[in-house]
Design a protein around this ligand. Structure first.
Ligand code: CAA
Length: 397
């Protein structure tokens, strides 16, 4: 199967890698504090763990760790652009990607910019990257999505926190996925989730956010179809934004109903299951989440060669986009599946007391001057703040 006419270059994902925090907390720990059955989280939300950052980790260190193996494999000769998508920005002016640019030793002849629209902006970055590469097929674009999901402590949203980064290299004649041209877009001003400048945590209307998500996906799907996008039954796998994995199942059942699919609920749920393995253990990683769904699918036992993947991206506030891609033959040789699983297993299990302490440390970190002793074993670390300047450095062994 191919999506491009002979005159347009085939553009898509050449490489993908991820990083997350040093620690993990089992949601049974939170269930104990909340006085609820852990099944509420394991089954009701479809989440088993959340990643928790060490005090010397943040969106920059995760982003650099995610992108490092991609730069190591492909070099920087063709790299012209870095697009950094986040909604947990560390500065109101400077793009977080500029720190990553230095940590990775990227050439100066590279443009770097940050994009924001809740959990959606990595998808905008991917589309912008595809357009840049289509214009100049010799160039490559590094797209990085990196976020820390933080809600008010002891709120219903707290068990849907998490942290992660995904880096993707967009190129012509890609090894992993060819992006198809049709996309469907949707925007509506909704106050379902936002974070005012004075707050370190998001404000959310949980129930509204669930219906806003489903409405936005429905609207983007209708636009996708009207622009020549594939029909529901022509899509083999569906990667949804996963603030908690049950949300993808809810949205998929909703979309199936809208399009009049005759698949049973069990068949629909089975379509989502292979995309949930990483998000179930990482928690919400906002901009990175839909691409962690993709990574889990690519790393699964399924042979995806030639199959069509649908992407259903949502960012509260609210913007959604639906697009699709075809998996290239030989894609497996470009993956790092064992490393990915090992990275999740290597996190340190922490209890609720340690988790609360780390959240307290993170809240105290945004100050004029602070030194962070080394905690992380990730390749880069956030060493502290000196005279209002964030200090990043490679981690010493
Ligand atoms: N065993 C099994 N299931 C159980 C259970 C048990 N013992 N107890 C409860 N459940 C089920 C409930 O039936 C419910 O399932 P259904 O929705 O399928 O009926 C599920 O567990 C959750 O229970 P509640 O609805 O009572 O949960 P809650 O009100 O405490 O909180 C939440 C849920 C509203 C999602 C809250 O976690 C939240 O606000 N999260 C943040 C917002 C969010 O993620 N919204 C998603 C869309 S917005 C978006 O996608 C952008 C983004 O990233 C934020």
């Amino acid at each position: 199967m191919t999506a491009s006419s002979p005159n347009t270059p085939v553009v898509g994902l050449e490489d993908i890698a991820f990083a997350t925090g040093a620690n993990r907390i089992d949601l049974a720990e939170l269930a104990g504090r909340f006085g609820v059955d852990p099944a509420k989280y394991y089954v009701g939300l479809g989440q088993s763990e959340m990643s928790v950052l060490a005090a010397d980790e943040d969106i920059v260190t995760m982003a650099a760790a995610a992108a490092a193996p991609i730069i190591e494999r492909h070099g920087t000769e063709r790299l012209r652009t870095v697009l950094f998508a986040t909604e947990s920005g560390i500065d109101q002016s400077k793009a977080a990607g500029v720190y990553v640019h230095r940590l990775l030793g990227l050439p100066q002849a590279v443009r770097v910019v940050e994009l924001k629209q809740a959990c959606y902006s990595a998808t905008a970055a991917l589309q912008f990257a595809a357009a840049l590469v289509a214009r100049t097929p010799g160039e490559q674009v590094l797209v990085i999505a990196s976020d820390v999901a933080r809600y008010e402590l002891h709120s219903n949203a707290e068990p849907t926190q998490g942290a992660g980064a995904v880096a993707m290299l967009v190129a012509a004649d890609p090894s992993l996925i060819e992006l198809e041209a049709p996309t469907g877009v949707y925007t509506k001003d909704v106050m379902d989730f936002w974070r005012p400048n004075h707050s370190a945590t998001a404000i959310v209307d949980g129930k509204l956010s669930i219906s806003a998500y489903q409405d936005a996906i429905e609207g983007a799907w209708e636009d996708f179809r009207s622009r020549g996008g594939a029909a529901f039954d022509e899509v083999d796998h569906f990667c949804y934004h996963q603030p908690f994995t049950k949300m993808a199942i809810k949205a998929h059942r909703h979309l199936a109903k809208v399009v009049g699919s005759e698949l049973t609920q069990a068949e629909l749920d089975a379509q989502i299951e292979p995309t949930t393995g990483y998000n179930r253990r990482i928690g919400n990683s906002y901009t990175a989440s839909v691409y962690l769904a993709l990574l889990a699918l690519l790393d699964s036992d399924l042979d995806l060669t030639g199959e069509r993947i649908g992407f259903l991206s949502y960012g509260s506030g609210a913007v959604a986009e639906v697009f699709s891609g075809i998996v290239r033959s030989g894609y497996r040789s470009a993956l790092r599946s064992e490393d990915n699983r090992a990275q999740l297993d290597a996190r340190t299990a922490i209890d609720d007391a340690r988790y609360l302490q780390l959240l307290g440390d993170a809240a105290a970190a945004d100050v004029h001057d602070v030194v962070h002793p080394q905690q992380t074993s990730a390749p880069f670390r956030f060493a502290g703040v000196a005279a209002d300047q964030r200090q990043y450095e490679p981690t010493t062994a």
